[in-house]
Ligand binder design. Structure first.
Ligand SMILES: Cc1cc2nc3c(=O)[nH]c(=O)nc-3n(C[C@H](O)[C@H](O)[C@H](O)COP(=O)(O)OP(=O)(O)OC[C@H]3O[C@@H](n4cnc5c(N)ncnc54)[C@H](O)[C@@H]3O)c2cc1C
Length: 548
């Protein structure tokens, strides 16, 4: 009898305790996430958000602030990222606020690691985003974690003499170009105005000016960086020099860059645009591409290569709905050609001049206008991905790559639904780029001694049910190209981080010596591996995994 009574009392207490605990959690949920929370947030993340709110109230956006939250959480280029929901967004306005946020997140990381609240391989709860234009789904987004939205760091400041430009990481290239055009200067920025300064520059940065000035990162004389500890440092040729070099292509592995100081150069109008050709010109397009790029071979000193030429970017685009291929070739000349809107000599004598075309947009224009033109057809919010590989500018390899792409198009054609745009792009990667500007740890000065080609696939599709099919298809197709190139001796192990799929390793081609330096920089500036583990998006340096 007594035992029955005690069990009844105990059950009542349990029910009350559970109920009151649930009520408390519900009220926290209500406050943080609004009426119907559908975001899975761990208890530790909820506590973390309360701390962030206490310290940085003006920078925090919670799901309960529906409009602001959705506007930021859906501000990505790729649909895959737009549907990922963080538990909380931190959008700092000042470096001090960002520094405080990082210090709190770092403490949380250490606490989670120490008390084993999360498994060692599951510590990732932070993502960083500048322009949100990474192709790979989870590069800059995180489900149920904290998104650091860097969009407020968007200043563009030109030095008095016009030789230096300081740009906030959250600026987009369209605005940068507009500010600089008014002063008749430029920096080697993105060729698509919507792309963010941060991710583009930290990945390396291929611009219209690569042949004249090298990669974008090779023109950054100074970075302001928030380290894992929350400390703010300057990395330049005279201060934190190894960090300065490591940030050139090192992506988000070492710290959060708030601003970049670029060397600028005079720039007026340029010439360029797009040639749209039908599929029957594919073979002649590849011939023209190969011959043009071949001219940049330093081992052929008798062949003159005009450093103002940029491109060609040849995009073969298979449209599943009508079942046709269109070739769009973007060619540029980075100064006003002597004869106005007429084709500059280097392009006039190229094979592109005689391609049959539906229409052409080439003309004298501003840099902004060229960037807008290149962005035509790019639409944010659709499913997107990218995968790239690098080969020597070898005609047989390019022909084989095109043939593999066509095989893939046959598979695309058979898929139910008609919303896939399967895009295969050829663009040069030239030896001169690797020797211009400041040094880095990419390891390309000695291995890219002849013209190479960056082959990439950047498919776009509407139906999310096709995600797996498309990802698998480009993986298999890149695999075929790489097997062919390896056998022919034309494969290059470097992968351009900005055109890498999640399953690729952009650090493979750096060489062990450079990789060891990068590991050392990471250990020096981020001893506990915050950027390696707490911030899982993007590409991490191999050999720095937990316990290694
Ligand atoms: C339509 C389109 C056109 C493109 N054109 C070009 C081109 O012409 N040339 C070229 O080289 N690339 C090009 N790219 C690739 C582009 O450079 C990369 O996708 C780049 O990462 C985008 O930068 P973001 O700031 O917009 O991206 P985000 O998605 O915001 O960031 C990309 C990565 O960088 C990290 N990151 C961002 N900011 C910081 C920071 N301040 N500190 C530390 N880590 C940070 C993020 O965590 C993420 O992993 C293009 C991409 C698209 C979608």
């Amino acid at each position: 009898m007594l035992s029955t009574f005690l069990i009844a009392i105990y059950s009542l207490l349990v029910v009350l305790t559970v109920k009151s605990r649930r009520e408390v959690m519900d009220s926290i949920n209500q406050e943080l996430y609004g009426a119907s929370p559908d975001i899975k947030v761990s208890a530790s993340s909820k506590r973390l958000i309360q701390v962030l709110q206490k310290v940085l109230a003006s920078c925090i956006i919670l799901p309960s602030d529906t409009d602001a939250f959705n506007a930021s959480a859906s501000n990505y280029f790729a649909q895959q990222s737009n549907t990922t929901r963080p538990a909380c967004i931190v959008r700092p306005e000042t470096v001090e606020q960002l520094s405080q946020a990082v210090a709190i997140l770092h403490q949380e990381f250490l606490a989670r690691r120490a008390d084993g609240r999360d498994k060692p391989n599951n510590l990732g709860f932070v993502s960083l985003r500048s322009g949100g234009h990474s192709y790979s789904g989870a590069s800059a987004s995180i489900e149920g974690g904290v998104l650091l939205d860097l969009s407020r760091f968007s200043e563009v400041t030109v030095s008095n003499d016009g030789t230096l430009v300081t740009i906030g990481t959250g600026a987009r290239w369209s605005r940068v170009n507009q500010v600089l055009e008014a002063k008749k200067i430029a920096v080697p920025g993105g060729r698509n105005g919507a792309v963010g300064v941060g991710g583009f520059t930290l990945g390396g940065g291929i611009s219209f000016f690569s042949q004249r000035y090298g990669l974008a990162c090779s023109n950054v004389i100074e970075y302001q960086v928030v380290l894992a500890s929350g400390d703010v440092v300057i990395a330049s040729a005279t201060s934190n020099t190894k960090l300065w070099r490591a940030l050139k292509g090192g992506a988000n592995n070492f710290g959060i860059v708030t601003r970049f100081t670029f060397r600028a150069f005079p720039c007026g109008d340029i010439w360029g645009g797009c040639l749209f050709s039908p599929s029957f010109e594919s073979s002649r397009s590849i011939d023209a591409f190969h011959a043009f790029v071949d001219r940049a071979d330093p081992k052929k000193p008798d062949v003159e290569y005009d450093d103002y030429a940029s491109g060609p970017l040849v995009c073969f685009c298979y449209l599943q709905r009508p079942g046709v291929e269109i070739i769009s070739t973007f060619i540029t000349y980075t100064k006003e050609p002597p004869s106005g809107s007429d084709w500059p000599a280097c392009w006039k004598k190229s094979g592109f001049k005689s391609l049959w075309r539906y229409w052409s947009t080439v003309k004298q224009r501003t840099l902004s206008s060229a960037c807008q033109d290149l962005a035509v057809g790019e639409k944010a919010g659709l499913s997107q991905t990218v995968a790239g590989t690098i080969v020597k500018n070898d005609k047989a390899t390019l022909d084989a790559a095109y043939a593999f792409y066509r095989e893939a198009c046959v598979e695309v054609k058979k898929v139910k639904g008609k919303g896939i745009r399967f895009v295969f792009v050829l663009q040069p990667l030239l030896p001169a780029w690797m020797h211009k500007g400041d040094p880095n740890y990419l390891g390309l000065e000695n291995t890219m001694t002849e013209p190479h080609v960056l082959i990439s696939f950047s498919p776009v599709w509407i139906d999310v049910n096709h995600n797996e099919f498309v990802e698998d298809l480009i993986r298999r197709t890149v695999g075929k190209i790489e097997r062919f190139a390896r056998e022919r001796g034309t494969y290059h192990p470097y992968k351009y981080v900005n055109y890498c799929a999640a399953w690729q390793d952009p650090f493979e081609g750096h060489g062990e010596e450079n990789l060891e330096i990068l590991r050392g920089v990471s250990r020096e500036y981020d001893a506990e591996g915050f950027f390696q583990r707490a911030c899982p998006g993007g590409f991490k340096i191999p050999g720095l995994e937990e316990g290694s």
